[in-house]
Design a protein around this ligand. Sequence first.
Ligand SMILES: *Cc1c(COP(=O)(O)O)cnc(C)c1O
Length: 410
Amino acid sequence: MAADWSRVRADFPILQQTVHGKPLVYLDNGATAQKPRVVIDALVRYYESDNSNVHRGLHALSMRATDGYEGARTRIARFINAADPAEIIFTRGTTEGINIVARSFASLLKPGDVILATEMEHHSNLVPWQQVARATGAILRHVPVLGVDAEGGLDLDALDRLLTPQVKVFAFTHMSNTLATINPAMELCQRARAAGALTVIDAAQSIGHMPVDVRALGCDFLAFSGHKMCGPTGIGVLYGRRTLLDRLGPTETGGGMVVSVDYDGARWKPAPERFEAGTPNIAGAIGLAVACDYLDRLGREAIARHDNALGQLAYEKLSALPGIRIIGPRGGRGGLVSFAFADVHAHDVVTFADEDGIALRGGHHCNQPLMRKLGLTSTTRASFYVYNTEAEIDVLVKSLQRILKFFGGA
Ligand SMILES: *Cc1c(COP(=O)(O)O)cnc(C)c1O
């Protein structure tokens, strides 16, 4: 069934407001997405009727909370086509998921081993690996990004040279939050596997915007955040192949993750509990499962077409503005545009656009090394989602013209 995009906006209570007297044009989806009524209602319903702690309870509320929480795990396994719900570890978000993998890898790495990342990684998929490299004596290398303005794709020839037998893990983003590049994740996983390396995918930007199938991709680990896919904040998922998870030690210890404890030691439960010490974000997990339902009702293939078409249209319309530099690939891009003006700072662009009711993001987007490589300190980013429209791109273009006029005339 084809999604009726004109009706999607009505599902999001927050979008019904005006900002500075103008209809809100929310183009900051790369940072976080808005929540549909069904997700908000699920959180309220949980706290109003089922709130209790999970796992150890035998009373009615605790059983309902446990069913909701474990049901969410099963729903999310289906959302990414994991083979087994035990492969779904609930986290706070992408950052925590990558930290769990990186830290548990520390025991498997020795001096001289190589961790491979790319030049386009978000700080969340870079700094944890730097820390592990420092702690283990492993070497961190980066697959280059091609052609500063031209493509913004990964240098796949360099990848072949970099995938030496010393590479133990290859961590890369599915979609760049700054360049809008969509990486050929399936091919990257195949090449890494052929070289004997495990793969970690940062799916923060892809999960809500296109089909993500962990078995089709052939990845070993994949991390994402609920809040960028219409789910609540404070909940995310680390997927890991079951056989690998059972080999990794926990990174946090405490209640809920142990089989038995005495005064001198403890034995760990298997995954996923092994990685979920303490009381989890029960409401968040339930809300995230409802977000999965919501996105699947729209259809993720359809969402990808919609968001990417807006990204492409914005690329074309913004290209006509004087003095603009848009980074990332010309075609085949995801649903966002990052741009810089020669004479107007990104923070001024964001502030001016805000007066017109438009929410943009300006800065380094947690991509400082990439920005430096591109010769920039910051860009302005407009990022699109299911409720955005072509008309909103025209509002953006008008606002940018007003900004350029102001600074040009100043
Ligand atoms: C947002 C983002 C992250 C971090 O997600 P958190 O929810 O802040 O943990 C990591 N990688 C990419 C590509 C992102 O866009």
